[in-house]
Design a protein around this ligand. Sequence first.
Ligand SMILES: O=c1ccn([C@@H]2O[C@H](COP(=O)(O)O)[C@@H](O)[C@H]2O)c(=O)[nH]1
Length: 280
Amino acid sequence: MTLEPFGARLRRAMDERGPLCVGIDPHASLLSEWGLNDDVAGLERFSRTVVEAMADRVAVLKPQSAFFERFGSRGVAVLEKSVQEAREAGALVVMDAKRGDIGSTMAAYAESFLHKDAPLFSDALTVSPYLGYGSLSPAVALARESGTGLFVLALTSNPEGGEVQHAVRADGRDVGATMLAHLAAENAGEEPLGSFGAVVGATLGDLSSYDLGINGPLLAPGVGAQGATPADLPRVFGSALRNVVPNVSRGVLRHGPDVIALRDAAQRFADEIRVTLTAA
Ligand SMILES: O=c1ccn([C@@H]2O[C@H](COP(=O)(O)O)[C@@H](O)[C@H]2O)c(=O)[nH]1
């Protein structure tokens, strides 16, 4: 069965559930705070709890692959199960694996996450364009075919990102702006929303010098533990606010393991985001 394009599915989920994306980031420190061991059983309990608490209510869950890969094949098996359970419960899953390579290797990465029969099949994948935007074309092609999406690292939330992303090219545009322009071209004419998103940190302050109107989603990490708040979003995203998917990981997860406390924490962020969007 062919899926409806990711952008359309995401728009609907955002309209129905609000735009919040909760991260599944099983940091060793969080496992310990939750009273779990830093082992595969602890990982599984953590991830299952987040899926149980969130998957039937938030638009997007974003597992951070690194924290699962840390445990080798058994950790990846937990990741597979979590993705499947989250999707079955109604959340869209954005796999945060930040893959990027060339040619057939990039194609293999894309197949690992975006092919409908892949064990880790996800609704979208984060990718790094820093081997050149064109190196992502196998992933773009497969995403179009399978109804999935990509989130391309454009302007990341970390302070070190500027060294690469603010570098100015011969045409006077910086690298981040160039990635946004590629995405706008990818999404041209798509309704109600294109499937090719950008990662743009909520921590970055006024971004009015960038054209964020890519007709695609803007995944905005940095709310919560990295210091950004929902109230910052209008200043950062301006008229692109309606397409922003704010991500909170530790800001929610630190309230576990109690399922109700996790839900309450996510609801507080969701409420603040809704108020901000309504006022903007
Ligand atoms: O620019 C980026 C891109 C990705 N991330 C990821 O998002 C979460 C943020 O977690 P918090 O606990 O809410 O800080 C994490 O998985 C990062 O790898 C990002 O922070 N910035």
